[in-house]
Design a protein around this ligand. Structure first.
Ligand SMILES: C[S@@+](CC[C@H](N)C(=O)[O-])C[C@H]1O[C@@H](n2cnc3c(N)ncnc32)[C@H](O)[C@@H]1O
Length: 154
């Protein structure tokens, strides 16, 4: 029971190429951008203004192929693709949490984009996290951060 995804809109961002997007330790994702939703889906934005943050589900439309093991920018060790946020995935689906700044009809101005300009948007959902912070485990990311801070202290 597979479906053919139809973009509900496109990201407008300041990033034209992947090298423009901050990566690595200390990278901040506070760039503003616009989620431009197609007019035929505008009714689906009804009541979205009440949410401070949104999940944006989108397509890595400019990545090719996938690798099951890869070394992320914040580590020097390989990890499985499903334990990373790599753009090179079997199904090239991206997931970003953005802050909703305002809605102007079909346009959502948001903060926190890490997508290239023109990225197809597949879905938007309100961000509601019910996971208490003290129960989260950060896996290899926590180890990489610890090694990085030890090295920076030297
Ligand atoms: C590490 S991924 C994380 C994306 C998302 N937050 C996630 O977790 O799925 C972010 C990187 O994807 C790449 N990227 C962004 N938009 C893309 C697009 N439309 N096609 C291919 N690669 C893209 C850029 O290199 C960017 O730095």
């Amino acid at each position: 029971m597979l479906f053919t995804p139809t973009p509900i809109g496109f990201v407008r961002s300041q990033y034209q190429q992947t090298a423009d997007i901050p990566k690595g330790f200390g990278a901040r994702h506070d760039a503003e951008g616009v989620l431009e939703i197609k007019p035929e889906f505008e009714a689906g934005l009804t009541d979205i203004e009440g949410f401070s943050h949104l999940f944006v589900i989108w397509m890595f439309d400019r990545s090719e192929g996938f690798e099951l093991l890869g070394t992320p920018p914040i580590d020097d060790r390989p990890h499985g693709v499903f334990a990373t946020r790599s753009p090179r995935r079997p199904n090239p689906i991206g997931l970003s949490v953005v802050e909703l700044l305002r809605r102007e009809d079909c346009r959502l101005r948001v903060r926190g984009v890490d997508m290239l300009d023109g990225t197809p948007i597949l879905d938007i959902k309100p961000y509601l996290s019910s996971v208490p912070a003290d129960t989260l485990r950060r896996g290899w990311v926590a180890d990489a951060e610890k090694r990085h801070s030890t090295r920076s202290d030297r």
